[in-house]
Design a protein around this ligand. Structure first.
Ligand code: SAM
Ligand code: SF4
Length: 324
């Protein structure tokens, strides 16, 4: 078991498969973002070796992310390898959904259990503006494909940005009335690349909830958390609403996560710059035992929480280079 010095059991690993993406969301990266060459990224066998190593330390839950994980070459093969790793009991993916129409079925067959799909608005023009060129219909088709093949329960993520989609929270919430989906609203967090937008155009979870309640009345409180999301329900709805208030009400005390970036560094807090390089020692011939020690040291020294309140913004990477 991997435990940090505050007694938190760290057993949830988010693996970024690539920093590349087929969209350029305005809250994630600049339009002219450059990406790392493939040789600098973890290779397929390196990802699987590290998966086995983390599993041997008690990590049992993995989420694949990016960049956009579905643009990674061999994504289906990688999913199959991770899904068949002894000790891994939960395997999910966060995706923009653009390629899910084609990939939902093979990913499900390879052992992927669930997907979170990002959709910030139901208005095609606003979607294009937020993603710089994305076509909403492709995401919608991807959501339906994921549901059809049983990548369920379907969870949808929306980052809310002042001046872009704060009015759209209502249409998104309405999706849950007739569908058993979970619609999750994420407060925007600041990183490198587009820090200005990320700090100046935040809409808080409390504000989002107020907007939704002005349309649908008071939300039913479920009292439960799903990961970092506080869960609510519109009265009588089949689905749920989740609020992820990482900035205004952090959930650090309950954090069980570590992140492995596409270029092979371990990041123990999304919002702290500290990183532990695993790729270089691995390519220099480190043994599993040596790598295990590096991981356990990293876990032990996991920061208690982020420093946003003190004005500490992590500027060494853009969001797509970490994997949300
Ligand atoms: N490309 C995939 C996607 O968009 O779902 C996976 C990677 S993306 C970096 C993971 C999640 O982070 C997405 O739900 C995205 O909306 C969210 N995200 C991106 N930039 C963010 C920011 N500045 N603050 C909060 N969430 C952000
Ligand atoms: Fe790509 Fe996801 Fe970032 Fe949007 S949020 S640019 S889809 S990595």
């Amino acid at each position: 078991m991997a435990v940090d010095r505050f007694g938190r059991n760290i057993h949830y690993l988010r693996i970024s498969l690539t920093d590349h993406c087929n969209l350029r969301c305005i809250y994630c990266m600049p339009e002219d973002q450059t990406f790392r060459p493939s040789a600098d990224l973890l290779q397929d066998d390196e990802i699987l070796r590290l998966t086995r190593l983390f599993a041997s330390l008690g990590f049992d839950k993995i989420r694949l992310t990016g960049g956009e994980p579905t643009v990674r070459a061999n994504v289906v093969k990688i999913v199959r390898g991770i899904a068949s790793t002894p000790g891994i009991r939960s395997l999910s993916m966060t995706t923009n959904g653009i390629l899910l129409s084609q990939l939902a079925q093979p990913l499900k067959e390879a052992g992927l259990q669930r997907v979170n799909i990002s959709i910030d608005t139901l208005d095609p023009e606003k979607f294009r503006r937020l993603t710089r060129w994305g076509k909403l219909q492709q995401v919608w088709d991807g959501i339906l494909a994921a549901e059809r093949v049983g990548l369920a329960p379907i969870k949808l993520n929306a980052v809310i940005v002042k001046g872009y989609n704060e009015d759209d929270v209502i249409d998104l919430a309405a999706l849950t009335i007739e569908r058993p989906w979970q619609m999750r609203y994420i407060e925007m967090m600041p990183f490198a690349g587009v820090t200005d937008i990320q700090t100046k155009q935040v809409v808080t979870a409390a504000d989002i909830q107020k907007r939704i309640e002005s349309e649908f009345g008071p939300l039913e409180v479920s009292g439960k958390y799903d990961g970092e999301a506080r869960i609510f329900r519109i009265r009588g709805a089949k689905g749920e609403l989740g609020f992820i208030s990482s900035v205004s009400v952090p959930f650090c005390s309950a954090c069980t996560r570590a992140r492995l970036t596409a270029d092979g560094v371990l990041r123990m807090c999304l919002l702290r710059e500290k990183e532990i390089d695993l790729l270089t020692p691995m390519r220099d011939g480190a043994s599993d035992e040596e790598l295990r020690r590096l991981v356990l040291d990293g876990v032990w020294n996991k920061p208690w929480g982020h420093g946003l309140e003190e004005g500490l913004i992590p500027l060494n990477r853009a969001m797509n280079q970490i994997g949300g």
